[in-house]
Ligand binder design. Structure first.
Ligand code: HEM
Length: 484
């Protein structure tokens, strides 16, 4: 039986266009040998941005990829790079046309477990989001502003008067401190140190493009003896679990009182069936928030500091804005600082892709027909590189965010729809407060002789070499006030 594809945008079915559609409007796919598929996967792992840029050289706004192997089941996977198509997908991902099953994110299970916001589906996913989201909004966020500034100042106090700072490590200590306090609250300094060390070691295992391969080949995660990566992964996982379960047990034994942290909230919560969350649920959610909230924030801070110190006019303009605002200024209200954060996340989107959405009914987007079971993802990296939206897309130009507004489907570092990032507001606030606190008091110059390329870091986009800044004596900004 032939089914008619529902149109969710202005395209027309069955039209063979310049992008090489076949008669029924399905994107043309070139059969690939097993060897070619392996080559594509190697490129996606080792040079993800090069791989993505190559795909759009053929002028297509959406294209099929075969780099996820078994990680996502048997559905064909397509990446969308054009705002209207992405809107058609992400504004209808609640069930009847597209769904967003957590099982599609199984690649993250070795890191996060399966009973968490990212891997849950349907009603359980909705319920968990409703539980977690309020802790990252409103008055809670205001409390975190003070935490972020305090932790940033503690870190700055450890920096030498002169000499070079390893930016990622410093930003990682800040973002780890912030997320530990948000998730666990104050008062467990010893436990925090232990957890920080375990998480850092665990994440370091996928910190380079090559070691990230462990996530793409499940067999590499098996324990083949003391020298295998699988052995180290399972040892670190067991130690982390033991610590988290001990923290959960201690907290269960205490009166929760007025505690506002995420752990206390999870212990008080009920699931969609009215039952308390199990220790496994709590553990999986805790580790998800710790990992998602710490790696991503550290990368975006590193990226903003890197680009600012390679773009003198942007650094000068930001410093002028901070000087004019003075001590005690409200960083959230500074327009150029906001634009710097936005541009850092445009040029370096930590998540190159959204999570996958699954097609539920035959559907057409921009003249291309998709079948039930097909998997569609927004390619955030390529969307942010579109020259029609962002002229000179490789340049760091915060001004573009002051000159025009971008729709939620033109600029989407935090995704959109039912899986939009839970920590988006916290991450944006952290970016601004850390930059304002550091650059409001200290001056640096780049200590990288060469440009630092973007490179895979686990499932995210990180840096291919250490970003380093050299501290220099304090100088006055020279950007004219009129530029602000
Ligand atoms: C610069 C920092 C960050 C970036 C760029 C980022 C980006 C993203 C993206 C692109 C998604 C997928 C959205 C989609 O598929 O539509 C996502 C989901 C998520 N993020 Fe973030 N994120 C950041 C920080 C954080 C923080 C600080 C937290 C936690 C405190 C967090 C927790 C999550 C969670 C739990 C999800 C899954 C949501 C769901 O499945 O419903 N993220 N993030």
């Amino acid at each position: 039986m032939t089914r008619t594809a529902a149109r969710v945008d202005g395209g027309s079915p069955g039209v063979a266009g310049p992008s090489g559609l076949v008669a029924n409007g399905r994107p043309e796919t070139v059969p690939q040998s097993a060897l070619r598929r392996r080559w594509q996967l190697a490129r996606w792992i080792l040079d993800p941005t090069g791989y993505l840029r190559d795909q759009v050289r053929h002028g297509k706004d959406s294209f099929q990829v075969s780099v996820f192997g078994d990680a996502m089941g048997s559905g064909s996977v397509f990446l969308l790079t054009e705002p209207k198509s992405i809107q058609a997908l992400m504004s209808r991902d609640t069930g009847s046309e597209f769904s967003s099953p957590g099982e599609l994110n199984l690649i993250l299970a070795p890191l996060l477990g399966v009973r968490n916001t990212i891997l849950l589906s349907g009603a359980a996913h909705r319920h968990r989001r409703q539980l977690v989201m309020p802790r990252f909004h409103g008055e809670h966020l205001q409390n975190y502003a003070r935490v972020i500034e305090r932790i940033t100042r503690q870190e700055m106090a450890s920096w030498p008067q002169e000499g070079v700072i390893s930016v990622r490590e410093a930003m990682q200590r800040i973002s780890m401190g912030v997320i530990l306090e948000v998730v666990f609250g104050l008062g467990q300094a010893e436990r925090h140190g232990e957890l920080e060390s375990l998480l850092t070691r665990r994440l370091a295992m996928t910190a380079t493009p090559l070691t990230s391969a462990v996530l793409f080949f499940p067999w590499l995660q098996k324990d083949f003896g003391p020298l295998s990566p699988g052995h180290r992964i399972s040892q670190l996982a067991a130690q982390t679990d033991a610590l988290l379960y001990a923290m959960i047990a201690e907290r269960r034994a205490q009166p929760l009182g007025e505690r506002l942290d995420v752990l206390s909230m999870l212990l008080e919560a009920r699931d969609e069936a009215g039952e308390p969350l199990s220790d496994e649920d709590v553990r999986d959610e805790l580790i998800t928030l710790l990992v998602a909230g710490h790696e991503t924030a550290a990368t975006s801070l590193t990226s903003a500091l890197y680009w600012l110190h390679r773009t003198p006019h942007a650094l000068d303009r930001l410093r002028s804005e901070l000087e004019a605002a003075g001590v005690g200024a409200e960083p959230m209200k500074l327009p150029y600082l906001t634009a710097v954060g936005q541009e850092a996340l445009r040029l370096h989107p930590v998540a190159m892709l959204s999570f996958a959405r699954q097609v539920e009914t035959p559907v057409e987007i921009a003249g291309q027909c998709y079948e039930p079971g097909d998997l569609l993802m927004a390619c955030i990296y390529l969307l942010h590189q579109r020259p029609d939206l962002y002229p000179e897309p490789q340049s760091f130009r915060p001004e573009r965010f002051l000159e025009r507004q971008f729709s939620p489907y033109e600029y989407m570092p935090f995704g959109a729809g039912v899986r939009r990032c839970v920590g988006a507001a916290l991450a944006q606030m952290e970016l601004k407060i850390v930059l304002a606190t550091v650059l409001g008091e200290m001056d640096f110059e780049s200590a990288n002789a060469r440009a630092v390329p973007q490179a895979r870091r686990g499932v995210t986009l990180g840096h291919g070499a250490p970003v380093r800044l050299r501290r220099i004596p304090r100088q006055r900004a020279t950007a004219p006030a009129a530029a602000l």
